[in-house]
Design a protein around this ligand. Sequence first.
Ligand code: PRX
Length: 660
Amino acid sequence: MSQSQGQGPALDNLLTESRTFPPSEDFAAQANAKPELYEEAKADREAFWAKQAERLHWDTKWSQVLDWSDAPFAKWFVGGKLNVAYNCVDRHVESGHGEQVAIHWEGEPGDSRAITYAELQREVSKAANALASLGVGAEDRVAIYMPMIPEAIFSMLACARLGAMHSVVFGGFSAEALRTRIEDSSCKLVITTDGQYRRGNPFPLKPAVDEAVANADCVEKVLVVKRTDSDVEWNDRDVWWHELVDSQSDQHTPEAFDSEHPLFILYTSGTTGKPKGILHTSGGYLTQASYTHHNVFDLKPETDVYWCTADIGWVTGHSYIVYGPLSNRVTQVVYEGTPNTPHEGRHWEIVQKYGVSIYYTAPTLIRTFMKWGADIPAKYDLSSLRVLGSVGEPINPEAWIWYRENVGGGKAPIVDTWWQTETGAIMISPLPGVVSTKPGSAQRPLPGIGAKVVNDEGVEVPAGGGGYLVLDEPWPSMLRGIWGDEERYRDTYWSRFADQGFYFAGDGAKYDDDGDIWLLGRVDDVMNVSGHRISTTEVESALVSHPTVAEAAVVGASDETTGQGIVAFVILRGGAGADAGGADAIKALRDHVAKEIGPIAKPRQIMVVPELPKTRSGKIMRRLLRDVAENRQVGDVTTLADSSVMDLISAGLQSGKSED
Ligand code: PRX
């Protein structure tokens, strides 16, 4: 198989890893998911999904579970009607749980707020009334560019309540990245804050919105929550949240929408410079988000305190902070800030404070905790933790074991959950009371899900074999397309194995001898930096948009903490000046990428080179650049148009490594 990306630390040890950890008898006995779930799904997949959909409240029942006649555009629960926000909020109040805390919100500076389901219902209703008063209605697009504060969740649910689509843009993205996303889906409203807390200090956020919408004619209003009390410039289209929302009625009657009514767009990186607006709809998405959250995390709404550390700017925040958990009547922690503010034990202090029992995070953070040292979690009482989750990238066995020992008390099962923005919800993961877990393996498709590892011809590889991960059956929370680009949707996911009708996930994977799946990282030009998807092309376009750069090639090199780190090779323009390759100029290039995309896309290292290695057809050979970036012996150069290029690169390297 052609594995074009470096695979990060996940592969250390992988071939020798053979430890397994069966669930304890006590855990298995009380688990939501029992072994029969697999049998049930296998016996009748559609009946199985219908049963999962019945966990929700439908105003009108569906007449058909799945319509796949227009593949690859699925329709699930055809003819059914529901309101997603009603399912996440109102029905819990109506069933007598209005006083249960939905959200224990913890602000970075130490402020906190407990929000009950009754209060959540009032807040979401007020926000829905406010949005409606600004002319937002069904199918309108609303951009949400906010830190992790309760109003961000109210805003998402208010959109869902009105049938409007939210497009949440991560608060760490730049004004430019925000602008392209707002314009691509013609957002009518932008919801933001004056500023946000990061590492103990307030930073302005609204100026990025001002810049992004300056020439965006689609945007009618900007709704601004006051979070940091920063000075802000005020424009005609701006409205303060506290002035508009607080005065609204706290009553709002939700309307039922078609099961296939669009719920949200979420942009993610593809292999070109233009991000893809992944489209999700209502009934199928909520069914699978809710089902997976209930079974994979074993949620008991009466007793558990759940915490997913993701940001709502990513799909994990959508499916496992907002829709899955709230549909299951969770009590959850939402934390605004960074994990080392004001100290490196902040997460464990929060676990202890709220008695968190289910904790879901990313391998990059686990590796960071490892670096900070086991003595830090050891200072806190973490005995409430009973299920741990991992998501976003392959988890290396060392990190997995460290997590189990130092966070999970040597006993909490770890669920390594594989899924994507496109899949909407978890697809591959052990069920914690059923499957004996293995450090570093996501193991098997959940009941109701079809996934396989296949070779180039689309034939399933045998136990012990490696290849590409495909999904061979439509699933309820699958994307319904890319906003405004049907062709790209067909091309990206469905053309590679068109004969078989498989969805191509873009990940390499292998089976072990038991047939369990081990994910091996991306096989396309998408990097995974701290669990965030960034395309090499996007960073290259940002670099060449700088006046000193003639050409750029970017690769993901393995990185001990972040999984992959971004390494750029640039050729400077003639006349760029003698200082163009100096430390200040390299810093300027890194800052330029941060401005174009966001700080998460800043290259870890920029190397100025005289040439780039290309094939005769002009394609950059990233494999060779990765060898350089990872300090390896450079591999086979026979297909290079000019085989002396690699010598030139090695001889002329000027390294611009920097740590921030
Ligand atoms: O490469 C896989 C990796 O993250 C990609 C999806 O990224 P995104 O859409 O941003 O969603 C991340 C959160 C769901 C996948 O194609 N990935 C995600 N989870 C895992 C993973 N790789 C290995 N193991 C996982 N558990």
